[in-house]
Write a protein that binds this ligand. Structure first.
Ligand code: RP5
Length: 162
Protein backbone atom coordinates (compact mmCIF):
# COMPACT_ATOMS: atom_id res chain seq x y z
CA UNK A 1 0.00 0.00 0.00
CA UNK A 2 1.37 3.46 -0.85
CA UNK A 3 2.17 5.45 2.27
CA UNK A 4 -0.06 8.47 2.78
CA UNK A 5 1.81 9.82 5.78
CA UNK A 6 5.57 10.07 6.28
CA UNK A 7 6.98 10.18 9.80
CA UNK A 8 10.33 11.95 9.48
CA UNK A 9 12.79 12.54 12.31
CA UNK A 10 16.08 14.35 12.63
CA UNK A 11 17.90 11.48 14.32
CA UNK A 12 17.45 7.86 15.30
CA UNK A 13 17.47 9.18 18.88
CA UNK A 14 14.01 10.71 18.13
CA UNK A 15 12.51 7.30 17.33
CA UNK A 16 11.22 6.41 20.84
CA UNK A 17 9.04 9.54 20.62
CA UNK A 18 8.16 9.34 16.94
CA UNK A 19 7.31 5.63 17.18
CA UNK A 20 4.19 6.68 19.11
CA UNK A 21 3.00 8.58 16.04
CA UNK A 22 3.94 5.79 13.65
CA UNK A 23 2.24 3.06 15.71
CA UNK A 24 -0.94 5.09 16.16
CA UNK A 25 -1.15 5.72 12.40
CA UNK A 26 -0.99 1.96 11.88
CA UNK A 27 -3.71 1.43 14.52
CA UNK A 28 -5.90 3.90 12.64
CA UNK A 29 -5.39 2.00 9.39
CA UNK A 30 -3.21 4.65 7.76
CA UNK A 31 -0.32 3.48 5.58
CA UNK A 32 2.82 5.23 6.82
CA UNK A 33 6.54 5.26 6.18
CA UNK A 34 9.37 6.40 8.45
CA UNK A 35 12.68 8.11 7.74
CA UNK A 36 15.66 9.71 9.44
CA UNK A 37 16.42 12.92 7.55
CA UNK A 38 18.55 15.38 9.47
CA UNK A 39 18.08 19.01 8.41
CA UNK A 40 21.67 19.98 9.17
CA UNK A 41 23.41 16.68 8.38
CA UNK A 42 21.40 15.75 5.26
CA UNK A 43 20.23 19.04 3.68
CA UNK A 44 20.33 17.70 0.12
CA UNK A 45 18.27 14.62 1.01
CA UNK A 46 15.80 16.81 2.91
CA UNK A 47 15.19 19.02 -0.12
CA UNK A 48 14.84 15.98 -2.37
CA UNK A 49 12.36 14.29 -0.03
CA UNK A 50 10.23 17.40 0.49
CA UNK A 51 10.08 18.41 -3.14
CA UNK A 52 8.98 14.91 -4.22
CA UNK A 53 6.53 14.32 -1.36
CA UNK A 54 3.35 15.24 -3.24
CA UNK A 55 4.19 13.35 -6.42
CA UNK A 56 5.15 10.34 -4.29
CA UNK A 57 1.55 10.19 -3.04
CA UNK A 58 2.07 11.58 0.45
CA UNK A 59 -0.80 13.60 1.95
CA UNK A 60 0.84 14.65 5.22
CA UNK A 61 4.33 14.78 6.69
CA UNK A 62 4.86 14.44 10.44
CA UNK A 63 8.30 15.80 11.31
CA UNK A 64 9.90 15.49 14.73
CA UNK A 65 13.17 17.02 15.85
CA UNK A 66 14.85 18.33 18.95
CA UNK A 67 17.09 21.27 19.88
CA UNK A 68 17.45 23.84 17.09
CA UNK A 69 14.76 21.93 15.25
CA UNK A 70 14.73 23.19 11.66
CA UNK A 71 13.48 19.93 10.12
CA UNK A 72 9.71 20.63 10.12
CA UNK A 73 10.17 24.20 8.85
CA UNK A 74 12.57 23.20 6.10
CA UNK A 75 10.30 20.37 4.98
CA UNK A 76 7.37 22.80 4.94
CA UNK A 77 9.48 25.12 2.80
CA UNK A 78 10.04 22.37 0.24
CA UNK A 79 6.42 21.21 -0.19
CA UNK A 80 2.84 22.49 0.02
CA UNK A 81 1.33 19.36 1.62
CA UNK A 82 0.59 19.79 5.36
CA UNK A 83 3.57 19.44 7.69
CA UNK A 84 2.91 18.65 11.35
CA UNK A 85 5.80 19.39 13.69
CA UNK A 86 6.61 17.45 16.85
CA UNK A 87 9.05 19.13 19.25
CA UNK A 88 11.13 16.28 20.65
CA UNK A 89 12.13 16.64 24.31
CA UNK A 90 15.80 17.68 24.37
CA UNK A 91 18.22 16.87 27.19
CA UNK A 92 19.38 20.45 27.82
CA UNK A 93 16.21 22.54 27.70
CA UNK A 94 13.52 19.85 28.02
CA UNK A 95 12.17 20.53 24.54
CA UNK A 96 11.38 24.22 25.02
CA UNK A 97 14.10 24.92 22.44
CA UNK A 98 12.49 22.40 20.05
CA UNK A 99 9.02 23.88 20.59
CA UNK A 100 10.04 27.48 19.99
CA UNK A 101 12.12 26.69 16.92
CA UNK A 102 9.25 24.72 15.35
CA UNK A 103 6.28 26.89 16.34
CA UNK A 104 7.73 30.32 15.52
CA UNK A 105 7.58 30.03 11.74
CA UNK A 106 7.49 33.42 10.01
CA UNK A 107 4.23 34.07 8.11
CA UNK A 108 4.11 32.32 4.74
CA UNK A 109 5.30 28.78 5.52
CA UNK A 110 3.10 27.07 8.12
CA UNK A 111 3.97 24.13 10.37
CA UNK A 112 1.12 22.73 12.49
CA UNK A 113 2.97 22.43 15.78
CA UNK A 114 2.02 19.90 18.44
CA UNK A 115 2.94 19.65 22.14
CA UNK A 116 6.43 18.68 23.31
CA UNK A 117 7.26 14.98 23.42
CA UNK A 118 4.99 11.94 23.62
CA UNK A 119 1.66 13.81 23.66
CA UNK A 120 2.78 15.76 20.62
CA UNK A 121 3.73 12.62 18.72
CA UNK A 122 0.41 10.97 19.54
CA UNK A 123 -1.58 14.08 18.60
CA UNK A 124 0.39 14.43 15.36
CA UNK A 125 -0.93 11.04 14.25
CA UNK A 126 -4.47 11.97 15.30
CA UNK A 127 -4.25 15.31 13.52
CA UNK A 128 -2.97 13.66 10.36
CA UNK A 129 -5.88 11.21 10.64
CA UNK A 130 -8.33 14.14 10.96
CA UNK A 131 -6.97 15.68 7.77
CA UNK A 132 -7.22 12.39 5.88
CA UNK A 133 -10.68 11.68 7.31
CA UNK A 134 -12.09 14.63 5.33
CA UNK A 135 -11.92 12.46 2.22
CA UNK A 136 -11.70 8.94 3.62
CA UNK A 137 -14.72 7.43 5.37
CA UNK A 138 -12.79 4.43 6.71
CA UNK A 139 -10.29 6.67 8.49
CA UNK A 140 -13.17 8.85 9.76
CA UNK A 141 -14.79 5.73 11.25
CA UNK A 142 -11.51 4.56 12.81
CA UNK A 143 -11.01 7.99 14.33
CA UNK A 144 -14.54 8.02 15.76
CA UNK A 145 -13.91 4.55 17.20
CA UNK A 146 -10.64 5.74 18.80
CA UNK A 147 -12.47 8.64 20.46
CA UNK A 148 -15.31 6.41 21.66
CA UNK A 149 -12.87 3.95 23.27
CA UNK A 150 -11.01 6.81 24.92
CA UNK A 151 -14.26 8.12 26.37
CA UNK A 152 -15.27 4.65 27.64
CA UNK A 153 -11.90 4.19 29.28
CA UNK A 154 -12.19 7.56 31.08
CA UNK A 155 -15.73 6.75 32.24
CA UNK A 156 -14.46 3.38 33.47
CA UNK A 157 -11.64 4.99 35.45
CA UNK A 158 -14.12 7.43 37.02
CA UNK A 159 -16.21 4.39 38.05
CA UNK A 160 -13.16 2.63 39.55
CA UNK A 161 -12.36 5.69 41.65
CA UNK A 162 -15.79 5.69 43.34
C1 RP5 B 1 18.18 16.92 16.24
O1 RP5 B 1 19.17 16.86 17.21
C2 RP5 B 1 17.50 15.58 16.28
O2 RP5 B 1 16.17 15.72 15.88
C3 RP5 B 1 17.62 15.15 17.72
O3 RP5 B 1 16.44 15.43 18.46
C4 RP5 B 1 18.76 15.99 18.25
C5 RP5 B 1 19.93 15.17 18.73
O4 RP5 B 1 20.38 14.34 17.68
P1 RP5 B 1 21.49 13.24 17.92
O5 RP5 B 1 22.71 13.99 18.33
O6 RP5 B 1 20.97 12.32 19.01
O7 RP5 B 1 21.65 12.52 16.62
O8 RP5 B 1 18.70 17.14 14.99
Amino acid sequence: MTARVAVVMGSKSDWPTMKLAFDLLQDLGIAAEKHVISAHRMPVQLQEFGSQARENGLDVIIAGAGGAAHLPGMLAASTTIPVIGVPVKSSNLNGLDSLLSIVQMPGGVPVGTMAIGNSGAKNAALYAASILSLQDEKIAANLADFRAKQTSSSIESEGELQ
